[in-house]
Design a protein around this ligand. Structure first.
Ligand code: HEM
Length: 163
């Protein structure tokens, strides 16, 4: 009995304040409006925060305009957007919380190993929200749902990032 109580706490404790089904559906429907713009999204992140671009060995020190249309750029943009699509698709359903926790923990661990900081994840968040607010049907309810989703994601990743 005690074991199950602890297990339940661990699973429930994975995400501080999970999205309701309605919030998840706002995030999902707005994400669908832009998730095909992979390179455009990554370019917006790099343009706003060159320190993020500088952490990618194959893009560091290069002019954004000269890399934006390359295959390597498309591959990376697709990796990042696909990760977000996977997590977003899982959100809003309590039975997926452990899966979300595992995916984001792995993302945080891998990026921590590359010297990426929590502050840079915060920059990515700011650039992403700015991109969304300019490219999807935006409003207070959509902004609040994204904010909660990103708070949850940052909280999970931060636990395993050193800086
Ligand atoms: C904010 C600062 C970030 C930096 C500096 C950064 C940097 C990197 C680097 C250097 C790589 C390895 C590239 C290579 O293989 O040559 C990578 C891979 C990857 N990044 Fe990021 N990243 C950041 C944020 C993110 C975020 C927010 C996501 C997801 C939403 C993400 C998703 C991925 C994925 C899926 C991969 C490929 C799988 C892997 O190797 O882990 N990254 N990132």
């Amino acid at each position: 009995m005690k074991f199950f109580a602890v297990l339940a706490l661990c699973v429930v404790g994975a995400i501080a304040s999970p999205l309701t089904a309605d919030e998840a559906s706002l995030v999902q429907s707005s994400w669908k409006q832009v998730s095909h713009n992979e390179a455009d999204i990554l370019a917006a992140v790099f343009a706003a925060y060159p320190d993020i671009q500088a952490k990618f060995p194959q893009f560091a020190g290069k002019d954004l305009a000269s890399i934006k249309d390359t295959a390597a750029f498309a591959i990376h943009a697709t990796r990042i957007v696909s990760f977000l699509s996977e997590v977003i698709a899982l959100s809003g359903n309590p039975s997926n919380e452990a899966a979300v926790n595992n995916l984001v923990t792995k993302l945080g661990t891998d990026h921590n190993g590359r010297g990426v900081t929590k502050a840079q994840f915060g920059e990515f968040r700011t650039a992403l929200v700015s991109y969304l607010s300019n490219h999807v049907s935006w409003g207070d309810n959509v902004a609040a749902a994204w904010s909660k989703a990103l708070d949850n994601t940052m909280a999970i990743a931060s636990k395993v990032m050193a800086h």
